[in-house]
Design a protein around this ligand. Structure first.
Ligand SMILES: NC(=O)c1ccc[n+]([C@@H]2O[C@H](COP(=O)([O-])OP(=O)(O)OC[C@H]3O[C@@H](n4cnc5c(N)ncnc54)[C@H](OP(=O)(O)O)[C@@H]3O)[C@@H](O)[C@H]2O)c1
Length: 251
């Protein structure tokens, strides 16, 4: 029997990258999957390809999250797996960070993630699994990531508090911290291609396993944390990064 048979799973930001691969994986394990995203055409296209339900909901808008929850409630009732994945990456050096950039990145990566759980809570089944897609940037001092890294560190802090508070309902809350993964996220940063290639090469050299992660690598971990195989795991964080967080002084 597939390990997520009949479970209702929501994947925010499921039209691309890690969310897309995870929606596919969750479905292959028997879950009934709903993906969300902010762009109607992209959501529709991905939903069709995956054979899942797609709902447009920009997590930067609390009322959009509320509408999403209402739609899910009407169509599916209760939810068993909430994969809080939608996120953006914007790089800028300290000293050149605008209030708008701060609010936008925090608004999606932290506030949006935070209120996704907050608003879904009334329709989560007892025993549900919440997985927050964070980043190893939460722990690294990588240049130009002050806001991004802080948004993910805040999310990991929230994971711990939520895990404690939701334990009486047997709702598990965990974070996944990927290292660099090959997804469209980097192309959306506005960085020049040459700059992106240089960044990718430098990264790859630092990763002990000498490759970028693939979205499917992360999807397997998400699917495990979503399942009852992980029923004793809550408040935890999983680095999935080819070893980059080991930070070897000599490689
Ligand atoms: N790739 C990496 O190296 C890496 C490493 C560590 C952590 N992460 C995290 O992994 C998560 C997924 O990223 P990814 O790499 O798979 O990137 P991606 O391919 O760009 O996917 C991100 C998804 O989130 C959606 N999204 C962005 N802002 C949204 C909003 N306001 N409302 C609803 N949906 C929104 C995107 O929609 P659009 O298609 O419209 O942009 C897309 O579907 C993010 O939280 C990211 O921070 C990525």
């Amino acid at each position: 029997m597939s390990k997520l048979n009949g479970k209702i799973a929501i994947v925010t930001g499921g039209n691309s990258g890690i969310g897309y691969a995870s929606a596919k994986e969750l479905k292959s394990e028997g879950a009934i999957v709903v993906i969300t995203g902010r762009n109607p055409e992209k959501v529709e296209k991905a939903a069709q390809e995956l054979g899942v339900k797609g709902i447009v909901a920009d997590v930067e808008s609390i009322s959009a999250i509320e509408d999403l929850v209402e739609q899910v409630k009407t169509e599916f009732g209760k939810v068993d797996v909430l994969f809080v994945n939608a996120g953006i990456f914007q790089a800028a050096p300290i000293g050149q960070i605008s209030e708008e950039m701060f609010d936008h990145q925090m608004g999606i990566n932290f506030k949006g993630a935070f209120f996704t759980t907050e608003k879904f809570l009334p329709i989560l089944n007892d025993g549900a699994s919440i997985i927050n897609l964070s980043s190893i940037n939460a722990y690294t001092g990588m240049p130009n990531t002050a806001v991004y890294a802080a948004s993910k560190a805040a999310l990991n802090s929230y994971t711990r508090t939520a895990a404690t508070e939701l334990a009486p309902r047997k709702i598990r809350v965990n974070s996944v911290n990927p290292g660099p993964v090959s997804t469209p996220i980097y192309g959306k940063t506005g960085m020049e291609e040459e700059q992106l290639n240089g960044f990718a090469e430098a990264m790859q050299n630092r990763i002990p396993l000498k490759r970028f992660g693939q979205p499917e690598d992360i999807a397997k971990l998400v699917s495990f944390l979503a399942s009852d195989d992980a029923s004793f795991i809550t408040g935890s964080e999983y680095n999935i990064d080819g070893g980059i967080n080991i930070n070897p002084l000599v490689g």
